[in-house]
Design a protein around this ligand. Structure first.
Ligand SMILES: [Zn+2]
Ligand SMILES: [Zn+2]
Length: 177
């Protein structure tokens, strides 16, 4: 998602607000990695773009609406996140040689724009929980029939079911003494 900044570049001290709701698709194709398909519209930008000598400093918050499946019952959960960001988009012509290991974010399009896609993705992924539960007490899915045990009592009692390894033993025709 490119934002023109030619009015700011080279004018340290200038600042501009960027408050806008944008579509998740504006951040490019497949930008969300593990949250693929999980990021809903809109993505809410509430940012300030500050012109500094080294480039453009982007700071503020990005609001995300994310859908992730409960780790036990797989029902999709709607989550809202607000992630704080503060990132420098460097003017590559002002780069010091010893920065080369970590290129970070840079001005693009001949120093006239910044691309927020990677920054937004990085901000989201850092805060994304690896495991979501609809409720701490979620009973999950029945291992025998797949029923959602929060919604229905299918009658199976997985806790009481015999260990399948022992069930195999029971089928063996062992010689009796
Ligand atoms: Zn659940
Ligand atoms: Zn069942």
């Amino acid at each position: 998602m490119r934002v023109p900044v030619s009015d700011l570049v080279g004018n340290p001290g200038e600042t501009r607000a960027l408050r806008r709701d944008v579509e998740a698709a504006a951040f490019g194709e497949d930008p969300w990695g593990p949250a693929e398909d999980g990021v809903l519209d809109p993505v809410e930008l509430d940012l300030h773009l500050d012109a500094v000598v080294e480039g453009i400093l982007v700071r503020g918050t990005i609001g995300f609406h994310v859908q992730l499946a409960c780790a036990r019952c797989l029902v999709l959960q709607d989550l809202a996140y607000t992630v704080e960001v503060a990132e420098l988009f460097q003017d590559p012509t002002k780069r010091e040689d010893d920065d080369e290991d970590d290129p970070g974010y840079e001005l693009v399009d001949d120093l006239t724009a910044i691309d927020l896609s990677t920054m937004a993705r990085d901000a989201l992924i850092i805060d994304l929980p690896v495991r979501v539960l609809c409720d701490e007490a979620c009973k999950g899915l029945c291992v025998e029939c797949g029923a959602d045990r929060n919604l229905t009592d299918c009658g199976h009692r997985p806790e009481a079911a015999p260990d399948p390894r022992w069930a195999k033993l029971a089928d063996l025709d062992l010689p009796s003494e």
